[in-house]
Design a protein around this ligand. Structure first.
Ligand SMILES: Cc1ncc(COP(=O)(O)O)c(C=O)c1O
Length: 392
């Protein structure tokens, strides 16, 4: 269906196209991971405010590398994560044999509830894997202080919240590692792509090796590489595979797109923030939730969450959106409650869904629609008019 209000609109710009053409027209070019990937990593690190970033081929690969490096450095343990998140956040945890411990969400920011996290922390907890859902900040001073006191690691998934802040500092700078996705409908895109960010040099070097088949020469640390060559004299110096790893590299085309998109990210995010406020002002508060925690948020979508728990109303809502060609996703970005998904059943035998009432509300009655930079106030008014007239 051709949507009149899609989830994302025209986010690959003329500037991006020109950057790609310029690259492709170069003589003697390298298109696999090379200097533009490196430059994008450098500029992204500067934009975010971290020392190191590793560009990979998706946000899911960033999740998987993050959990793999945790496994290598810390062994096993429990990882606390939200029931409302993307599937790869959960998969990365179980694929690395950590025990996933799920937490319900705070309805005001769709991120894990601070009190629920604190309740679930015990001596086996290795990390809290926070998803900053839908542009909202999930951190609080109490939570950050508690994690520090208990020596529990914080990992941030900022794939849905580029540019959002906590205490005026960008999300993705608080955790020991943070992940981003540059998939098409997010705040910025590299077509497919993701980033692993950290201030920890050791983590950075291991992630680089893991990104590229486990090869020692990828570490970016010549002393380490030389040490490995001496340690393994019977191996070809360029082919020393240290760990069972992956090929999660991205390429130069995506690198130049990333560099080009990054230039407009702050400007685009400002528009998104303005649009979000206008949307909240225009939507019927008796039908839809509007009591969101806005401080620091930067949303690439509008959460349209029905207040009433009524399946008939919900079906009518979906019918009317389709009739008016408004694209939507039910269950927020990850499709709602991960605990209801088949892939997870054998890992969560004793879970009581009654303890996940907030995420279940989003699962059945929560939606998002697009909030892209070219969206005009007139169009938002029009969309809200349609939403407000649905008889729910
Ligand atoms: C919170 C979150 N993490 C990870 C991902 C995975 O990113 P990708 O689609 O780039 O694999 C997504 C995807 O949208 C996401 O929303």
């Amino acid at each position: 269906m051709q949507f009149s209000h899609p989830l994302m609109h025209d986010n690959f710009t003329k500037g991006d196209l020109n950057a790609v053409i310029k690259l492709l027209k170069k003589k003697n070019k390298i298109l696999t991971q090379s200097k533009y990937v490196k430059l994008f990593e450098k500029k992204w690190s500067r934009w975010l405010g971290v020392k190191y970033s590793v560009f990979v081929n998706s946000g899911s690969s960033a999740n998987l590398l993050t959990m793999t490096v945790l496994k290598m450095l810390y062994g096993g343990g429990e990882i606390i994560l939200p029931a409302l998140t993307w599937v790869s956040d959960v998969n990365s945890v179980i694929q690395n044999n950590f025990k996933p411990v799920f937490v319900d969400i705070n309805p005001k920011n769709l991120c894990m509830s601070e009190d629920e996290i604190i309740k679930k922390i015990n001596k086996n907890t290795l990390a809290v894997f926070m998803t900053h859902a839908q542009g909202f900040n999930g951190l609080t001073s109490k939570l950050v202080a508690f994690l520090k006191k208990k020596r529990v690691l914080l990992i941030e998934d900022v794939s849905e919240s580029h540019g959002a802040t906590f205490n005026k500092k960008k999300l993705g700078t608080f955790g020991i590692i943070s992940n981003f996705s540059f998939y098409y409908a997010h705040h910025m895109t590299t077509i497919e792509g993701g980033m692993v960010c950290t201030n920890d040099k050791k983590i950075y070097e291991i992630v680089k090796i893991l990104r590229s088949h486990g090869m020692a020469r990828e570490s970016d640390n010549l002393t380490f590489e030389k040490k490995m060559i001496i340690k393994y004299p019977k191996l070809s110096p360029k082919f020393i595979f240290l760990y069972p790893a992956y090929n999660f590299r991205n390429n130069e085309v995506s690198g130049v797109i990333g560099l080009s998109q990054l230039k407009s990210l702050d400007k685009n995010n400002k528009k998104r923030k303005d649009n979000f406020k206008f949307f909240l002002k225009s939507i019927d508060q008796s039908k839809y939730r509007t009591d969101f925690q806005l401080k620091g948020s930067c949303n690439y979508a509008f959460p349209v969450i029905l207040k009433k728990k009524n399946l008939k109303s919900r079906n009518l809502f979906e019918k009317m959106l389709l009739k008016n060609k408004i694209e939507f996703r039910r269950g927020s970005a990850g499709g709602g409650n991960q605990l209801r998904q088949p892939y997870l059943q054998k890992f969560i035998k004793n879970i009581n869904l009654n303890n996940f009432k907030e995420v279940d509300h989003i699962h059945f009655f929560g939606y998002y629609i697009g909030n892209y930079p070219s969206l005009t106030k007139i169009k938002i008014k029009k969309i809200c008019n349609i939403l407000n007239h649905i008889k729910i």
